[in-house]
Design a binder for this molecule. Structure first.
Ligand code: NDP
Length: 284
């Protein structure tokens, strides 16, 4: 079996075309969705991510602004900025790029963002609403993964989904979303005994470990759906996922590549959340 590749870049382009038309309609009604991205410090990877977010926003007509602050910024100063953005009616979405410098408590910042503007979906209110199956801002990577599965009408209900990774931004919420879609979910992590035993039972395997080629065909059940979330930079500068794509694609039914997989979907879902935030606020 050779797997069907779910190209996240192509799917993202289709969704962005639809969103562009929607933003254009909103603009005609006088509503310009706006995203403010805050970067503290000068981490090159973070800079590249936020520039990607700004570019993608511009492509579909969302207005965006990047606020860059020095790494010496105090937690109090950042909280004051967030308070100002929370009260600015022209700002619909607020995203503080993580990681933050060590002297700033990430959780205090996440919890300071107005949940109605929390387009990253990290605020405990949004996480809790997602857990209880209520409408919420879904965190972008898990939301993108579910959208990829649905784009191919992949059955989730009744399937055994195995998630490797339990971070708050990827592993935990993607498992929760799969559960919300009626999958039977198993979480694996660094303390899991006999990882292969679990992964070989997965109808849907989501890999969010952060180590190149951590998973190869031996870990898979034949005909599995494999979602590779990992982004690892190799010594030659190229990007690769957590899954050994070449071997896995000979055994899986569906597989997402890296690059052009989950990454482009993550940014696209951020734009979707920003539009949702703009419409939500406009109704107030
Ligand atoms: P974290 O480092 O926060 O989490 C990694 C998870 O993998 C942890 O739960 C860890 O377990 C688990 N793990 C580590 N080693 C093993 C092992 N040998 N066996 C089983 N589990 C293991 O990473 P993130 O969740 O933030 O990101 C994961 C990957 O996804 C990274 O490559 C990141 O770059 C990428 N990413 C991609 C995005 C995209 O848009 N495509 C967005 C966000 C992240 P434990 O909890 O026990 O430590």
């Amino acid at each position: 079996m050779t797997a069907e590749v779910i190209n996240g870049k192509e799917l993202a382009a289709e969704i962005k075309a639809e969103m562009k038309a929607e933003v254009s309609r909103l603009r005609e009604q006088g509503l310009i969705p706006h995203l403010t991205v805050v970067l503290v410090g000068d981490d090159p990877a973070s800079k590249s991510y936020i520039n990607g977010k700004k570019k993608a926003s511009g492509e579909i007509g969302i207005s965006s602004q990047i606020i860059e602050l020095p790494s010496s910024t105090t937690e109090k100063e950042l909280l004051e900025l967030i308070d100002r953005l929370n009260h600015d009616r022209d700002v619909h979405g607020i995203l503080v790029q993580l990681p933050l410098p060590e002297h700033i408590q990430e959780q205090s910042i996440i919890e300071a963002i107005d949940p109605a503007k929390d387009v990253d979906g990290f605020h405990p209110i949004n996480v809790g609403r997602m857990m209880t199956g209520k409408d919420s801002f879904l965190s972008c990577t898990p939301y993108g993964i579910i959208t990829m599965l649905k784009s191919r009408d992949i059955q989730i209900a009744g399937k055994h989904a195995v998630v490797i990774g339990r971070s708050n931004i990827v592993g935990k919420p993607v498992g929760q979303l799969l559960l919300n879609e009626n999958a039977t979910v198993t979480y694996c992590h660094s303390k899991t005994a006999d990882l292969k035993h679990h992964t070989q039972q997965a109808d849907i395997l989501v890999v969010a470990v952060g180590r190149a080629n951590a998973i190869d065909a031996d870990y898979l059940k034949g005909g599995a759906v494999v979602v590779d979330v990992g982004i690892n930079r190799l010594a030659d500068g190229s990007l690769t996922g957590d899954v050994d794509f070449d071997s896995a694609k000979e055994k899986a039914a569906y597989i997402t590549p890296v690059p052009k997989g989950v990454g482009p979907m993550t940014i696209t879902m951020l734009l979707k959340n920003t539009i949702k935030a703009a419409i939500g606020l406009a109704d107030h």
